[in-house]
Design a protein around this ligand. Structure first.
Ligand code: SF4
Ligand code: SF4
Length: 372
């Protein structure tokens, strides 16, 4: 497995890492499968595993493997919490879940606005707690993650972060173009999330080859099944710059991506009189396919929900992709707000241990995967 330098951390990480988002909700549901995926990755030489406090049981699952294989990889995780007091406790929770006494990289999760950065870097902000843990030898390095290309250069220019995690794939290249020169200048390691554009790109081999051929440190696809892991390992061993036909097929796929697909540029948010975090609403909707509980919790935690939209249409005037933003918001709100009765039923079938059988029955009858 090819190793690359993770910026000024000096860590030599595998070009293919493993993202822990795929393990959300797997502890009770398919723990053995998740453990198999992690073991396969380590066996193949993947030495960078990443998770988040927000990914429910993901850290716990990774921790199961770390009981015996901790020395074989670098561990990274992250937290949304913004105050020093909260973060201090959060690091303890990560250490306990991951069954380790040392985390190689702790990241401030999802910085979307500069005021958040100010809070985080302030005297009582989360950064101080991570720095203190670093001085105590519990944390190795400090990173940051974001879905907002507009502010990221400013975030990195504070020179407080050793790594940055951002979305990059053949359909979303804006971040990479903006951030790579800054990463080079400040020697910041780059960790790539959303390599398949939130599951929209089906040409896994081409998309991963495309990313690996660029100047990044590591890409961390979230694998759920051993088959997905095997494919990613194969691509990481064989990838090369895409040639004519593959390039053409990929651009054709990108052209044919559904029109109603938010690219997270956030131009609309600058003009919204309600200051709605429009792209965050769509991000939560994306998560429905992975784990509806997680998606709904994320949605509920937004400052304003999509039903506060005034229907003024300013977002649609500015959206460079001509998206019908208002209709999309209504749809997203509908999908993310329903479900009290479903939540009750799903929790019940989970509790009595027949969730997988019910899910399969649903699929057999309706020929589609249920949302949760
Ligand atoms: S809705 Fe349009 S303008 Fe707003 S973030 Fe998405 S792509 Fe950008
Ligand atoms: S239509 Fe709604 S979401 Fe769009 S700018 Fe107006 S208030 Fe904001």
């Amino acid at each position: 497995m090819e190793k690359r330098r993770l910026g000024r951390t000096g860590l030599m990480v595998s070009a293919l890492g493993l993202g822990g988002i795929g393990f959300i909700g797997q502890y009770r549901k398919s723990k053995d499968q998740a453990l198999k995926v992690i073991n396969m990755a380590l066996d193949a030489g993947v030495n960078f595993i990443e998770s988040a406090r927000a990914y429910f049981d993901s850290e716990e699952i990774i921790g199961e493997v770390m009981k015996t294989r901790r020395k074989e990889c670098y561990l990274a995780t992250k937290s949304y919490l913004r105050s020093a007091a909260q973060m201090e406790k959060e690091i303890e929770r990560s250490l306990s879940a991951l069954k380790t006494d040392y985390i190689d990289l702790y990241q401030i999760h999802h910085i979307q606005y500069l005021y958040e950065l100010e809070n985080v870097l302030g005297p009582n902000g989360a950064y101080a707690a991570i720095l203190s843990a670093k001085k105590q030898g519990v944390i190795g390095h400090i990173g940051v993650t974001s879905h907002n290309p507009k502010i990221l250069e400013e975030v990195l220019r504070t020179n407080k972060f050793d790594t940055v995690q951002y979305p990059f794939n053949p359909a979303e290249t804006e971040f990479y173009e903006k951030i790579t020169p800054v990463c080079k200048e400040l020697d910041i390691g780059s960790i790539i999330m959303k390599p398949l554009c939130g599951g929209r790109l089906k040409s896994v081999e081409s998309a991963l080859s495309f990313i690996l051929s660029h100047d990044i440190s590591t890409v961390i696809p979230g694998c759920v099944t051993p088959e997905q892991m095997a494919l990613d390992i194969k691509v990481a061993g064989e990838y090369r710059s895409l040639a004519g036909e593959e390039k053409l097929a990929l651009s054709e796929e990108i052209k044919n991506l559904p029109d109603q697909f938010c690219r997270r540029c956030r131009y609309c948010e600058g003009v919204c009189p309600q200051e709605l975090k429009i792209s965050d609403v769509f991000r939560c909707e994306e998560y429905l396919i992975l784990n509806a509980t997680y998606a709904r919790n994320e949605y509920k935690s937004l400052e304003k929900l999509a039903d506060s939209c005034l229907d003024c249409g300013k977002c649609e005037e500015i959206c460079p992709y001509n998206l019908p933003v208002r209709d999309m918001l209504k749809r997203a709100h509908g999908r993310l707000s329903k479900g009290k009765f479903e939540d009750f039923v799903v929790n019940l079938v989970r509790k009595i241990g027949i969730y997988d059988r019910v899910r399969k029955l649903y699929f057999d009858i309706f020929r589609r995967i249920p949302e949760r």
